[in-house]
Design a binder for this molecule. Structure first.
Ligand SMILES: NC(=O)c1ccc[n+]([C@@H]2O[C@H](COP(=O)([O-])OP(=O)(O)OC[C@H]3O[C@@H](n4cnc5c(N)ncnc54)[C@H](O)[C@@H]3O)[C@@H](O)[C@H]2O)c1
Length: 435
């Protein structure tokens, strides 16, 4: 591996997860099981994928960790916050994603992962009513308490570095308000003035993380770090940020399938996506204000792949609808249906149906591993602000919309961005070749 000025991944990496629910515990249990040689990290790019570096006679295909210094799974220490006090073992059992035989071998380690008290406001997730909540008078108090949590965790666990990742429930939709979210000074003022309407608890986690030199990743569709004030803070603290919303089931299919339609110059008249799921995430998303956050995120995918302004004959006014329905019997095993109405030669209509019987948290877990390891890498490589190369893992990727930038949602373009960032960090030339 070339030494390309990246700080080596020495010492322990603390991964502090906001939320200790289905996704978080599936992630933690998997990493601990892999460490024991009892499971395989299937679906993780950092553990499996190979990237071509060099060209012609010099080309070779290498794993990420042979190109750039990544933290090892053995060096990870987990921490978390949650509204409910159950430890990670109890939470994993409650989630019923993994069977007991895949949890019990690491039971002792999971039991030691006990959630810290959450920075929580019931108005942001009305269907939750746990008691493991910080007693904070203002949003600024939340920030101070979370900063102390990160510092203590780092010290108690002898960590060299910490990454914070949000895998907590989706909050209600907070539209960007230029007056509050436009600058760091305005954001801080609002936190101090306890402006509960514009400052979501997730913003307090993000602010605290960046101030404590921890990269922050938003795994839900919350606007949290998708605001200019947080970009300013990331610049100031020289920390990477990324989001939003883990790209797992239906949107993964959409971002991989829509390019087929676009590349082949077929027309689209409608795309109807619906889901049933019965886990706690589904329960929270059954609340219209929380669903609104998810809807905005899920809808954005097609708009940047199939563009009416580029192909008015093919993509003007197509009907795009996304639904999520809470259906308890399915628990974490989500079923998604996509009906796609396309048209071909001379406008003749055709239909495509996709029925994906997926497991939400099984698809999400490797994304948490990749996003945390790559954010830690980015910080050590001196990259800060929005990490667009992580768009591959996200449903509604962040971009500087104040500069007219557009999100990249096409899965294959996202993959090129990911590979090129790894190549560049590893001291190789970026390129656009297909492999
Ligand atoms: N599983 C997927 O495929 C997928 C994909 C994209 C995004 N997500 C998002 O990931 C998140 C987690 O999903 P899940 O299935 O694990 O949900 P979950 O309900 O099982 O877990 C979320 C946990 O977060 C806790 N929580 C809520 N607010 C909190 C706060 N302010 N501080 C600390 N903890 C808090 C809840 O008590 C709960 O235990 C959701 O926002 C979901 O939308 C999941």
């Amino acid at each position: 591996m070339k030494n390309n000025g990246i700080v080596p991944a020495n010492g322990k990496l603390g991964i502090m997860v906001v939320g200790c629910g289905a996704v978080a515990t599936t992630f933690m249990t998997g990493v601990l099981m892999v460490r024991k040689g009892l499971a395989k990290p299937v679906g993780s790019m950092t553990q499996y994928d190979k990237i071509r570096v060099g060209k012609g006679a010099d080309k070779k295909y290498l794993h990420y960790s042979d190109i750039v210094p990544l933290a090892k799974l053995e060096d990870i220490v987990f921490g978390c916050w949650d509204v409910y006090p159950q430890n990670a073992y109890q939470a994993a059992m409650y989630a019923e994603v993994l069977s007991e035989k895949d949890i019990n071998p690491v039971r002792d380690e999971l039991e030691k992962i006990v959630p810290l008290k959450a920075a929580f406001d019931k108005n942001y997730a009305k269907r939750l009513d746990g008691e493991n909540v910080k007693d904070c008078k203002t949003r600024w108090d939340m920030v101070e308490a979370l900063r102390a949590d990160i510092r203590n965790f780092k010290q108690e666990n002898n960590c060299d570095r910490v990454v914070v990742i949000w895998a907590a429930s989706t909050e209600i939709y907070v539209p960007v308000d230029e007056k509050v979210h436009g600058t760091l000074a305005a954001l801080e003022e609002a936190m101090k003035a306890d402006d509960r309407e514009h400052i979501a608890p997730s913003m307090c986690y993000a602010y605290a993380s960046l101030m404590e030199s921890a990269p922050f990743i938003m795994g839900a569709p919350n606007t949290t770090v998708d605001i200019p004030a947080m970009w300013e803070l990331a610049e100031k603290t020289k920390m990477p940020i990324s989001g939003k919303d883990f790209k797992t089931g239906q949107t993964l299919v959409k971002s991989g399938f829509a390019p087929i339609i676009g590349t082949r110059c077929l027309g689209l008249s409608g795309w109807f996506s619906t889901n049933i799921l019965g886990n706690r995430d589904g329960l929270v998303l059954d609340e219209p204000d929380n669903f609104r956050t998810k809807e905005v995120s899920k809808l954005s995918t097609l708009e940047t792949i199939l563009k009416a302004e580029e192909q008015p004959d093919l993509y003007t006014d197509y009907y795009h609808k996304v639904r999520i329905n809470y259906y308890p019997p399915r628990n974490d095993n989500k079923e998604g249906w996509d009906n796609i109405d396309i048209f071909g030669w001379m406008g003749y209509p055709m239909q495509i149906k996709i029925n994906f019987l997926c497991r939400d948290s099984i698809l999400a877990a490797p994304l948490l591993l990749d996003l945390t390891l790559l954010s830690d890498l980015a910080a050590r490589a001196g990259r800060y602000g929005i990490q667009r190369f992580l768009s591959f893992f996200l449903k509604s990727p962040m971009h500087d919309y104040t500069q007219g930038e557009e999100a990249v949602n096409n899965l294959y373009q996202q993959y090129t961005m990911l590979k090129n960032a790894i190549r560049e960090m590893g001291g190789y030339e970026a390129d656009e070749e297909i492999d």
